[in-house]
Design a protein. Structure first.
Length: 207
Protein backbone atom coordinates (compact mmCIF):
# COMPACT_ATOMS: atom_id res chain seq x y z
CA UNK A 1 0.00 0.00 0.00
CA UNK A 2 1.47 3.35 -1.00
CA UNK A 3 2.30 5.79 1.77
CA UNK A 4 1.94 8.71 -0.61
CA UNK A 5 -0.85 11.20 -0.14
CA UNK A 6 -3.80 10.42 -2.40
CA UNK A 7 -4.41 12.89 -5.23
CA UNK A 8 -6.50 15.80 -3.98
CA UNK A 9 -5.94 15.15 -0.27
CA UNK A 10 -3.30 17.85 0.11
CA UNK A 11 -5.40 20.35 -1.81
CA UNK A 12 -8.36 19.54 0.41
CA UNK A 13 -6.21 20.27 3.46
CA UNK A 14 -5.22 23.60 1.90
CA UNK A 15 -8.88 24.42 1.28
CA UNK A 16 -9.89 23.51 4.83
CA UNK A 17 -7.11 25.67 6.27
CA UNK A 18 -8.06 28.67 4.11
CA UNK A 19 -11.75 28.25 4.93
CA UNK A 20 -10.99 28.03 8.65
CA UNK A 21 -9.04 31.28 8.46
CA UNK A 22 -11.84 32.91 6.48
CA UNK A 23 -14.31 31.84 9.16
CA UNK A 24 -12.10 33.67 11.68
CA UNK A 25 -12.35 36.76 9.47
CA UNK A 26 -8.77 36.99 8.20
CA UNK A 27 -7.66 35.42 4.92
CA UNK A 28 -4.20 33.80 5.08
CA UNK A 29 -1.22 34.85 3.00
CA UNK A 30 0.43 32.35 0.66
CA UNK A 31 3.37 32.08 3.08
CA UNK A 32 1.04 31.33 5.98
CA UNK A 33 -0.46 28.50 3.92
CA UNK A 34 3.04 27.22 3.17
CA UNK A 35 4.03 27.21 6.85
CA UNK A 36 0.76 25.70 8.08
CA UNK A 37 0.84 22.84 5.56
CA UNK A 38 4.59 22.26 5.85
CA UNK A 39 5.43 22.87 2.19
CA UNK A 40 9.13 23.35 1.47
CA UNK A 41 8.50 26.09 -1.08
CA UNK A 42 6.01 28.93 -1.11
CA UNK A 43 5.39 28.16 -4.78
CA UNK A 44 3.79 24.82 -3.81
CA UNK A 45 1.26 26.64 -1.67
CA UNK A 46 0.59 29.13 -4.46
CA UNK A 47 0.00 26.33 -6.97
CA UNK A 48 -2.57 24.65 -4.72
CA UNK A 49 -4.34 27.95 -4.14
CA UNK A 50 -4.43 28.76 -7.84
CA UNK A 51 -5.85 25.30 -8.61
CA UNK A 52 -8.57 25.86 -6.01
CA UNK A 53 -9.35 29.14 -7.77
CA UNK A 54 -9.45 27.31 -11.15
CA UNK A 55 -11.82 24.75 -9.65
CA UNK A 56 -14.12 27.56 -8.48
CA UNK A 57 -13.75 26.72 -4.79
CA UNK A 58 -11.85 29.92 -4.03
CA UNK A 59 -11.64 33.34 -5.65
CA UNK A 60 -8.78 35.81 -5.68
CA UNK A 61 -8.78 39.57 -5.31
CA UNK A 62 -5.79 41.30 -6.91
CA UNK A 63 -3.57 43.84 -5.19
CA UNK A 64 -3.55 42.33 -1.69
CA UNK A 65 -1.44 39.69 0.06
CA UNK A 66 -4.60 38.30 1.69
CA UNK A 67 -6.58 38.18 -1.52
CA UNK A 68 -8.00 34.64 -1.40
CA UNK A 69 -11.66 34.49 -0.51
CA UNK A 70 -14.82 32.56 -1.23
CA UNK A 71 -16.40 32.86 -4.67
CA UNK A 72 -18.22 36.17 -4.64
CA UNK A 73 -15.40 37.92 -2.81
CA UNK A 74 -16.73 37.66 0.73
CA UNK A 75 -15.10 36.47 3.91
CA UNK A 76 -17.14 34.13 6.11
CA UNK A 77 -16.77 36.37 9.13
CA UNK A 78 -16.49 40.12 9.68
CA UNK A 79 -13.30 41.75 8.47
CA UNK A 80 -11.38 42.56 11.68
CA UNK A 81 -9.25 45.56 12.42
CA UNK A 82 -5.58 44.65 12.65
CA UNK A 83 -3.12 45.25 15.50
CA UNK A 84 0.55 45.68 14.52
CA UNK A 85 3.03 43.23 16.04
CA UNK A 86 6.19 45.25 16.66
CA UNK A 87 8.96 42.70 16.92
CA UNK A 88 9.85 40.99 20.18
CA UNK A 89 10.01 41.77 23.88
CA UNK A 90 12.09 39.93 26.43
CA UNK A 91 10.48 38.04 29.31
CA UNK A 92 13.70 37.28 31.12
CA UNK A 93 16.90 39.28 31.20
CA UNK A 94 16.72 42.60 29.38
CA UNK A 95 17.38 42.80 25.67
CA UNK A 96 17.51 45.68 23.22
CA UNK A 97 14.00 46.70 22.20
CA UNK A 98 13.00 45.78 18.65
CA UNK A 99 10.34 47.75 16.79
CA UNK A 100 10.48 46.19 13.34
CA UNK A 101 7.00 45.41 12.09
CA UNK A 102 6.61 41.62 12.27
CA UNK A 103 3.02 41.39 11.08
CA UNK A 104 -0.52 41.90 12.34
CA UNK A 105 -3.07 40.08 14.46
CA UNK A 106 -6.84 40.70 14.35
CA UNK A 107 -8.35 42.92 17.03
CA UNK A 108 -11.03 41.43 19.26
CA UNK A 109 -12.68 44.75 20.08
CA UNK A 110 -13.60 48.00 18.36
CA UNK A 111 -11.24 49.98 20.60
CA UNK A 112 -7.91 49.07 19.05
CA UNK A 113 -6.24 52.31 17.97
CA UNK A 114 -3.95 52.42 21.02
CA UNK A 115 -3.03 48.72 20.93
CA UNK A 116 0.11 47.00 19.69
CA UNK A 117 1.47 43.47 19.91
CA UNK A 118 4.88 42.14 20.92
CA UNK A 119 6.15 38.59 20.55
CA UNK A 120 7.62 37.23 23.76
CA UNK A 121 11.08 35.76 24.25
CA UNK A 122 12.26 34.15 27.48
CA UNK A 123 10.57 32.30 30.32
CA UNK A 124 10.41 34.79 33.19
CA UNK A 125 6.60 35.15 32.96
CA UNK A 126 5.57 31.51 32.54
CA UNK A 127 3.77 31.36 35.90
CA UNK A 128 1.53 34.18 34.66
CA UNK A 129 0.70 32.07 31.60
CA UNK A 130 2.95 34.04 29.23
CA UNK A 131 5.14 31.62 27.31
CA UNK A 132 7.96 32.03 24.77
CA UNK A 133 6.63 32.97 21.29
CA UNK A 134 3.27 34.18 22.66
CA UNK A 135 2.07 37.55 21.41
CA UNK A 136 1.10 39.97 24.16
CA UNK A 137 -1.44 42.65 23.26
CA UNK A 138 -0.47 45.92 24.92
CA UNK A 139 -2.53 49.05 25.51
CA UNK A 140 -0.29 52.10 25.24
CA UNK A 141 -0.32 54.02 28.54
CA UNK A 142 2.41 55.75 30.55
CA UNK A 143 1.42 54.28 33.93
CA UNK A 144 -0.21 51.24 35.50
CA UNK A 145 -1.38 49.94 38.87
CA UNK A 146 0.82 47.86 41.12
CA UNK A 147 0.28 44.18 40.31
CA UNK A 148 -0.52 44.73 36.64
CA UNK A 149 1.61 43.19 33.87
CA UNK A 150 3.35 45.84 31.82
CA UNK A 151 5.87 46.34 29.06
CA UNK A 152 8.56 48.62 30.48
CA UNK A 153 11.46 50.35 28.80
CA UNK A 154 14.66 50.39 30.86
CA UNK A 155 17.18 52.52 29.03
CA UNK A 156 16.76 51.31 25.47
CA UNK A 157 15.75 47.79 26.48
CA UNK A 158 12.20 46.47 26.80
CA UNK A 159 10.85 43.76 29.06
CA UNK A 160 7.47 42.34 30.10
CA UNK A 161 7.08 42.04 33.88
CA UNK A 162 4.65 42.48 36.76
CA UNK A 163 4.78 46.04 38.04
CA UNK A 164 5.25 46.54 41.78
CA UNK A 165 5.23 50.02 43.30
CA UNK A 166 7.15 50.23 46.56
CA UNK A 167 7.06 53.67 48.19
CA UNK A 168 6.78 55.22 44.74
CA UNK A 169 9.68 53.15 43.39
CA UNK A 170 9.15 50.98 40.31
CA UNK A 171 10.05 47.31 40.61
CA UNK A 172 9.65 44.88 37.72
CA UNK A 173 8.95 41.38 38.99
CA UNK A 174 9.14 38.12 37.03
CA UNK A 175 6.58 35.37 37.41
CA UNK A 176 9.17 32.62 37.58
CA UNK A 177 11.15 31.87 40.75
CA UNK A 178 14.31 31.28 38.69
CA UNK A 179 14.52 34.99 37.83
CA UNK A 180 15.32 38.02 39.97
CA UNK A 181 13.29 41.26 40.08
CA UNK A 182 14.58 44.27 38.17
CA UNK A 183 14.80 47.47 40.22
CA UNK A 184 15.67 50.15 37.67
CA UNK A 185 16.88 53.68 38.12
CA UNK A 186 13.66 55.78 37.99
CA UNK A 187 15.30 58.11 35.49
CA UNK A 188 16.01 55.18 33.16
CA UNK A 189 12.60 53.47 33.28
CA UNK A 190 9.26 54.20 31.61
CA UNK A 191 6.05 52.25 31.13
CA UNK A 192 5.16 51.62 27.48
CA UNK A 193 1.83 50.00 28.22
CA UNK A 194 -0.26 47.45 30.06
CA UNK A 195 -0.61 43.87 28.83
CA UNK A 196 -4.32 43.20 28.32
CA UNK A 197 -4.29 39.94 26.38
CA UNK A 198 -2.09 37.01 25.41
CA UNK A 199 -2.37 35.29 22.02
CA UNK A 200 -0.97 31.81 21.45
CA UNK A 201 -0.86 29.71 18.29
CA UNK A 202 -0.84 25.92 18.49
CA UNK A 203 0.21 25.66 14.84
CA UNK A 204 3.10 27.45 13.11
CA UNK A 205 2.12 30.33 10.86
CA UNK A 206 -1.19 31.11 12.56
CA UNK A 207 -0.03 34.62 13.44
Amino acid sequence: MSAKTKPGETRERVYRFVRERLEAGLAPTVREVQEALGFRAVQTAREHLEKLVAEGRLAKRSGTARGYCLPGGELLGPVPALIPVLGRVQAGSLTTAVEDLEGHVPAHSKSHEDLFGLRVRGESMIEAGILPDDVVIVRQQPSAESGEIVVALVGDEATVKTLRLQNGRIELHPENQDFEPIIPDPEECSILGKVIEVRRALEPGRF
